[in-house]
Design a protein around this ligand. Sequence first.
Ligand code: DHB
Ligand code: MG
Length: 216
Amino acid sequence: MSHESTLVTQRHFEYLAARTVGDDQFLKQLRADAQAAGIPAIDIAPEEASFLQILLMATKARDVVEVGTLAGYSAVAMARALPRGGTLRTIELNPRHADFARRRIAASDVAELVTLFEGDARVVLATFATHSADAIFLDADKAGYSRYLEEGLRIVRPGGLVLVDNAFAFGQLFHELPTDREAPAVKAFNEIMAKESRLQSVIVPLGDGLWVGVKR
Ligand code: DHB
Ligand code: MG
């Protein structure tokens, strides 16, 4: 390489995580209770949540859409970065996850900002108005990503953000025989993002890899 790139190791991740605003008591409890309730512990990393907040604050985002609520961790984190009167619309397919997240969000400090839509994002996103969001965050079934991206590009205003989790395919990006059945879908989606001319995007190596794109 003709330019300098430092290989980011586990130690670098630990180093930066130790120097990032971490979870407060509410988010720690949310993670612990979700795990105890049998919800997969696949929420985004605290440093990734902090970065999402920084992006939303820096761009003065007001209206955000999320695909894949899971337990509500990222919804609460992102809503906290919005101004008063801001909105966060989050979509969850799994009724058990939606039920958990709905209660947690209601008990959070950002309950008034967040609306949970229970159902298939393919159906719900179609009901959202064009250019009605400043940012969209995709963190759901990977086979659906290309479809969600297409809808996201309609819903997000020009200059808005398209953010997508798991660009590193759960750590299996370079595995020849990945054990995760969604890993091939992530790889295919990464190629779509790399070629998507309506966005200027880069993978930020936080958590399991976060695509950050600006809609041109
Ligand atoms: C999985 C999904 C995610 O969104 C994530 O962040 C980690 C893992 C999964 O489906 O395995
Ligand atoms: Mg994810």
